[in-house]
Design a protein around this ligand. Structure first.
Ligand code: 4HQ
Length: 229
């Protein structure tokens, strides 16, 4: 899967994408995450200015339409038909990112993410945007962290990124329930015991306990999820 990220702050992505599963999967060519500096498409190559004051006045700056348009054009988003990348703009006005939406996006081969900063981008580029996505109802300083969240959650659904496909299947939300509790050695820690069934080797018993546990937790912590199901 290919992600092209358009941002004014490319260095913000250095850490999160170079470590762990995402780092490894890029080396293994399962993922190609390309970070682009929007300033490379600036009108004014010398000063690389890509923002300006908002028409009508008010606080902050607005990212101009032209650099975003040029970037989208170079990345193949303006052509029509199959093979055209899916263009996502991260903003609080978007559809809330859920596991379901991540699954839908993970079906795409090529996704372009536009990270807004300051007050956002000139509304006129919205005609090239396929989908606006929000990571939740709070205001961030820019779309970079939302883009990282989306790339992370979508990437782990790409075959091979998570080594054992079982861990993707048994995950919170995939089943419509929260995950069950987990324990590891030692079997007794500060007097606290691991539930006996998990040490029993009884696979049916363990599966039953986990299912019941997941249901109990979901009822207790996220009754809203159960209602939706
Ligand atoms: N921002 N989910 C404002 C967000 C956000 C969110 C990104 C701040 C866009 C212009 N994006 N910029 N929440 O708060 O996606």
């Amino acid at each position: 899967m290919v992600f092209d990220v358009l941002t004014l702050f490319p260095r913000m992505f250095d850490g999160p994408f170079s470590e762990s599963l995402l780092g490894r999967s890029q080396k293994a060519k399962r993922l190609d995450i390309r970070i682009h500096n929007l300033r490379d498409w600036a009108d004014d190559v010398r000063h690389q200015k890509v923002d300006d004051r908002p028409y009508g006045g008010g606080a902050g700056m607005v990212i101009q339409a032209e650099p975003v348009y040029r970037a989208l054009k170079d990345l193949g988003a303006l052509k029509k038909g199959k093979g055209r990348p899916w263009v996502v703009y991260l903003s609080p006005q978007g559809r809330t990112l859920t596991q379901g939406l991540c699954e839908k996006i993970s079906q795409r081969k090529h996704v372009i993410l536009i990270c807004g900063h300051y007050e956002g981008i000139d509304e006129r580029v919205m005609s090239w945007v396929d989908e606006e996505v929000s990571i939740g109802d709070y205001v961030l300083t820019g779309g970079e962290i939302p883009a990282m969240v989306l790339v992370d959650a979508v990437s782990r659904l790409v075959p091979g990124v998570v080594g054992d496909p079982e861990s993707v299947i048994n995950e919170s939300f995939s089943s419509g329930l929260l995950d069950h509790a987990h324990y590891t050695r030692p079997a007794v820690w500060k007097g606290l015991k691991v539930p006996a069934v998990l040490l029993s080797g009884d696979h049916k018993g363990i599966a039953g306990w986990r299912k019941a546990e997941a249901l109990k937790r979901t009822k207790l912590k996220r009754p809203d999820i159960l209602k939706k199901r």
